[in-house]
Design a binder for this molecule. Sequence first.
Ligand code: UDP
Ligand code: MG
Length: 309
Amino acid sequence: MKKISIVIPAHNEEGNIPLIYQRIKDIFSKIANYRFEIIFVNDGSRDNTQQILEQISQNNEDIKFIEFSRNFGHQHAVKAGMDYSTGNAMISMDADLQHPPELIPELIKKWEEGFDIVHTIRKYPKQISSFKRKTSKLYYRFLTRISDVNLSEGGGSDFRLMDASVVDVVRNMHESDIFLRGLSYWMGFKCVGIHFTACERATGESSYNLKKMMKFAFTGITAFSVKPLYLAAYLGFIFSAIATVGYGTYVIHSFLTGTEISGWASLIMTVVFFGGVQLIILGIMGIYLGKIFNQVKQRPNYIIRSKNF
Ligand code: UDP
Ligand code: MG
């Protein structure tokens, strides 16, 4: 009998854990021939997530849990679950039931057809704020344009199936700023995508505020592209060209008319403008430098406080 590992990161999800467990159990009782294990990764929750996991796993052998020593972030939580998964295939999904468990049989079907990675392509329902829908769409379009990965529209969801051989490849990656959405496209393999409409969060509230979303967005861009670093060179060329033309015009003008163009205001503006541009470029370089710094320290990407296996 083939075994499917389901990896679920959970950060303050006390209300959702019994719900998602029941839904997954129901699904697997309908599709015979598969065993399953669920690996919940408690990513530094401050509510009763841990107590609930300990309780529920006592009566159910198919539930494993990993408790982090603090919050290490959603991506590392998924990575930890993958590191410990033992199934023939692994499915990662959110704890809040935004990823409908009813899609699991379809994911497995595609896998049985021979695909190594089954992505899901998300459509947000109308209830989700249009701000989130629009920024998400724009972001993935931008990321696809400037990086080598092709994150098709709505490809940014961490609901996916990976064959055990692919999980093995990911297990051996130790990126301090891991961005699984990009990696799963970057690795290649035989991939296919299936469409789904995201649901509303069952209980609790989202852990992603605007600031966290921005940071996540930067992580994605800087993990898959060095193009922002070229910005300095491009801008340098453009502004040098403009300055050369401007200076030429000025020389000719004062030669022909015998007058000098005065204007300290325009001078100050130019200085401030270029100061700003230089700071932006320095900031971009700083982001990459920070990533190198974090990677070089080689600290573990997560620390486990307890687990039940
Ligand atoms: N999550 C996590 N660590 C975090 C933030 C989120 O493990 O620091 C989990 C969370 O419990 C959920 C999934 O990641 O299972 C997606 O998070 P959330 O629903 O808050 O994000 P959204 O769906 O609003 O983008
Ligand atoms: Mg969610």
